[in-house]
Design a binder for this molecule. Structure first.
Ligand SMILES: Cc1ncc(COP(=O)(O)O)c(C=O)c1O
Length: 346
């Protein structure tokens, strides 16, 4: 069966997580997060991040991002984010809606990354007109970015410093947090709170969970009334044990890192195989599990006719995304490369 490289969201749940769900499905458990599994998940997150933090299990990344924005940004505030960020392009205004009117201030930046200079300038610009402009309150970074690239620990630190110096909080959209972490080979603490990140949307769904994300807040003082905010938004899940069971299994025995490391390895294999192709150009450095390529539409259609599946990037003709996952087989990658080789240079 030719591979589906459309999205890591389209892949099945890791067996360890399915088994954990079955185990959780025994007897009764307290609802709304008062169960033993949710308690254990909190301990696991504290252990992984080497600090005492607040955990809010959720079922979508959009909810995590929008709640992070609402928690840090008043209706008259603004969020600085990349122009291609999920927050801006793919959440149907949820951050603006949850915050009751906050504005997104978007910036360009090579390979999906924000740059300290432009962030500093944007903050200053908002200051020129005082009360006439929304007040920048949050800097949101995506790690790994929408184009599959990864900020280094130093880059995160530098951006966070610019934000903190101007009084902004720092949020990280970590829908592909594990892929980024495996790519850098640093600790979860280094990539987040030790570098100045205040809130993290921690993703698990794309990397083998069924539907489990969490909003992590590194300083309990920043989490005031976030519980109520989550409830008001309709995201306090009554049968929370099933969300927590996924996160519990995901974090146990470093499963999350194993799954992401595999997805990244498959992406590297694919990218290396594409390097010699004449008709396929790698557009961004491949750091995690996403590969962006440029090819002629006709060439892409031939691959689709062979049964391979991948996205054309919206609004960017000729740009295609290939995503590998925790369960992508080497043979799937190799078959795709063989198909490319057969068509290449014709
Ligand atoms: C960078 C990024 N952030 C957040 C999300 C979360 O989205 P969802 O609300 O579909 O879980 C996604 C999913 O595509 C994403 O790619």
């Amino acid at each position: 069966m030719p591979a589906n490289f459309r999205s890591d969201n389209e892949n099945p749940v890791a067996p360890e997580i399915m088994e954990a769900l079955t185990r959780a499905n025994e007897g009764t458990a307290y609802s709304y997060g008062d169960d033993a599994i949710t308690e254990r998940v909190k301990d696991r997150f504290c252990e992984v991040f080497e600090t005492d933090l607040e955990v809010f299990p959720l079922v979508s990344g959009t909810a995590a991002n929008a709640l992070a924005v609402a928690q840090t940004t008043p209706p008259y505030g603004a969020v600085i984010c990349h122009q291609d960020s999920h927050l801006h392009t793919d959440e149907c205004g949820a951050p603006e809606f949850y915050s009751g009117g906050a504005k997104l201030l978007t910036l360009a930046g090579a390979s999906g990354k924000l740059e300290p200079k432009s962030v500093r300038e944007r903050i200053a610009e908002a200051g020129y007109v005082g009360d006439h402009a929304s007040k920048p309150c949050l800097l949101s970074l995506t790690q790994a970015t929408e184009f599959g690239t990864v900020y280094s620990v130093e880059e995160v630190g530098e951006l966070a410093q610019v934000a903190h110096e101007a009084g902004l909080a720092v949020h990280m959209d970590g829908a592909r947090f594990a892929n980024a972490l495996c790519s850098l080979g640093c600790s979860a603490a280094e990539m987040t709170w030790r570098s100045g990140v205040d809130l993290l949307s921690f993703g698990a769904t794309k990397n083998g969970a069924m539907m489990a994300e969490a909003l992590l807040v590194f300083d309990a003082d920043d989490a005031g009334e976030l519980g109520r905010r989550r409830k008001q938004a309709g995201h306090l899940i009554s049968k929370m044990r099933y969300v927590s069971a996924q996160l519990d299994a995901y974090l146990a025995d470093d499963l999350w890192l194993e799954l992401a490391a595999h997805a990244n390895r498959m992406a590297t294999r694919l990218a290396e195989g594409l390097e010699d192709a004449q008709d396929v150009e790698l557009v961004y450095p491949v750091h995690g599990n996403e590969i962006f390529v440029r090819m002629e539409e006709g060439f892409a259609e031939c691959l689709r006719d062979d049964g391979f599946e991948f996205y054309g990037w919206p609004g960017r003709p000729g740009l295609y995304r290939l995503v590998t996952a925790h369960c992508t087989a080497e043979s799937e990658v190799d078959e795709f490369l063989d198909a490319i080789q057969a068509l290449d240079g014709d």
